[in-house]
Design a binder for this molecule. Structure first.
Ligand SMILES: C[S@@+](CC[C@H](N)C(=O)[O-])C[C@H]1O[C@@H](n2cnc3c(N)ncnc32)[C@H](O)[C@@H]1O
Ligand code: SF4
Length: 489
């Protein structure tokens, strides 16, 4: 943004009011779009423009200005203080805002990306905030232009294997696979709006929810090279190319099917094998792409059980890839203090620890791995590192809801609170060892009420996204109880 605006609107990353922070701002064709983010991660895009027609059209319109917010799930009463702050701001500084536009309206989206995101790894913008709707392709899903996933069993694609119709072998380097037959086929299908789709199942939840349409593509802040790589991929997306000249901004890896635990509800401990782990040559190929990869997701089996992954992570230098965040889902058993030291330069984004229990007795019953006290020591080491480093990784504690642990739902939340961690509850798939919560009415009723209480507590703390996720699980339980469905998912 040009200086007159930055004198009026707080700088990106700083507080707007209360717990709302300025996430991004763009100024295009006389419309100023400012994304505000609340400390719980909820975002609202505000649109400020000179009113063309007299008379208020939104409750916040004032002094010849339209002040509107774009679709958001944040409740209206929580938007009122921001709306009022914008009203005050345009009443005081409206003329300065107007004059600032004339200097920037000819910016291209590529130059606005540079202006907003260069060397700003903590920021991101939506493509829908950079381009008008008519400039965006109408593809039902954009993942084939932004994402590469290596799935269990040696398969490759843009998304979860369950969403795909065919099976494509992971038989080359990641860079070659990115423009190989699989990804090209997905791109052709989606760019040509083919239905029924040869590549994607009609039941794919991404397709059904439409949440990976072009307006939701995110561009992440970082070095000039990383922005360049993302811009090239987006240019390919806008043209509907089947060959993409940039790199995927997201890579998701099932590192190995092997696991050193044998959790009650999970088949990996019994069925997983280490000989399917991704190879050193795969990681060498991945390294070639890292200048463009902004999010690397690691799952398994137990990802850290793979010595090849540990070797790759030990070599990564966050200083070299300021835009990169690595998200890991783990049982935590390998993250000893010593191992954490070897991972010193890993740019962790989110660390999800699957604890599934709030007490040692339940941990032993469900997770069937190390002693709870050892895992707690590992967690303490993780939290100590988090306190020291400038970029704080987000930590989430995860619990699959089972007959063995539902009585600890609230205690689990207390544990996460104590450690400054987010919380995630998952409904169990299948019914391994008769462990599923979904088969017994009384357990489901008790769990539903406990989840509602956790959701209420999260809401009182203004952690709306987590509250919604927790309540969604409570609602699924309530619906099944009401319908008398007591069988595993
Ligand atoms: C398969 S694990 C792999 C990563 C790692 N080993 C871990 O436990 O976090 C990924 C996630 O799936 C969850 N999970 C395991 N079995 C499940 C089941 N039957 N239903 C739903 N989630 C399950 C785990 O708790 C974990 O959060
Ligand atoms: S630690 Fe993770 S992968 Fe291993 S058995 Fe438990 S849930 Fe499954």
């Amino acid at each position: 943004m040009t200086s007159p605006i930055t004198q009026i609107i707080p700088e990106i990353g700083s507080r707007f009011i209360d717990n709302w922070f300025v996430k991004s701002a763009s100024n295009h064709e006389s419309v100023l779009r400012i994304t505000l983010e609340r400390s719980d991660g909820d975002q609202v895009v505000w649109r400020l423009q000179r009113a063309e027609t007299p008379g208020p059209r939104s409750p916040f319109d004032t002094s010849g200005w339209q002040i509107a917010y774009e679709n958001t799930s944040v409740a209206y009463d929580q938007l009122i203080p921001c709306g009022q702050a914008w009203m005050n701001l345009v009443q005081l500084h409206g003329s300065t805002l107007s004059s600032a536009w004339t200097t920037t309206t000819n910016d291209t989206w590529q130059t606005r990306i540079q202006a907003e995101l260069l060397d700003q790894p903590q920021r991101s913008v939506r493509l829908g905030d950079l381009l008008r709707p008519e400039e965006l392709p109408k593809f039902a899903c954009t993942l084939p232009w932004t994402r590469l996933e290596a799935s269990q069993g040696g398969f490759i694609g843009p998304c979860c294997l369950e969403y795909q119709r065919g099976r494509w072998p992971n038989d080359d380097s990641p860079a070659a696979l990115w423009n190989g037959p699989a990804l090209q086929a997905f791109r052709r299908t989606l760019a040509n709006h083919q239905a029924p789709m040869a590549t994607c199942r009609p039941t794919c939840p991404v397709l059904l929810a439409g949440n990976e349409r072009a307006e939701n593509v995110r561009i992440y802040g970082g070095s000039a090279a990383s922005l360049q790589a993302q811009v090239r991929s987006i240019e390919s997306l806008l043209r509907g190319d089947s060959i993409v000249s940039g790199w995927p901004s997201q890579v998701c890896l099932t590192v190995t099917s092997y696991c050193n635990y044998d959790c009650l509800m999970c088949p990996h401990g019994e069925e997983g094998r280490i000989d399917d782990q991704l190879t050193p040559s795969f990681y060498a190929g991945l390294t070639q792409m890292l200048e463009g990869v902004c999010i690397l997701e690691l799952n398994g089996g137990e990802p850290l059980a793979s010595p090849y992954l540990r070797g790759f992570l030990e070599e990564i230098d966050s200083n070299q890839y300021s835009h990169l965040r690595i998200n890991l889902i783990t049982n935590g058993s390998y993250l000893s203090e010593k191992q954490l030291e070897r991972f010193e330069k890993v740019p962790w984004g989110n660390l999800t620890f699957s604890l599934n229990a709030a007490t040692a007795a339940t941990y032993k019953l469900v997770n069937r791995g190390l002693e709870f006290s050892r895992i707690q020591a590992h967690l303490e080491a993780v939290h100590a590192v988090r306190r020291q480093v400038a970029h704080r990784a987000n930590v989430t504690y995860s619990m699959v809801l089972l007959l063995a642990n539902f009585h600890e739902i609230e205690a689990f939340f207390d544990l996460a609170q104590r450690d400054g961690a987010d919380v995630r509850y998952l409904l169990p798939f299948r019914d391994r060892h008769g462990s599923s919560l979904m088969t017994q009415r009384v357990a489901m009723e008790t769990a539903q009420l406990a989840l509602e209480r956790v959701a209420d507590r999260l809401e009182r703390q203004n952690r709306m996204r987590q509250s919604r996720d927790v309540r969604a699980n409570a609602q699924i339980l309530a619906q099944r109880i009401q319908a008398g469905v007591f069988q595993a998912l």
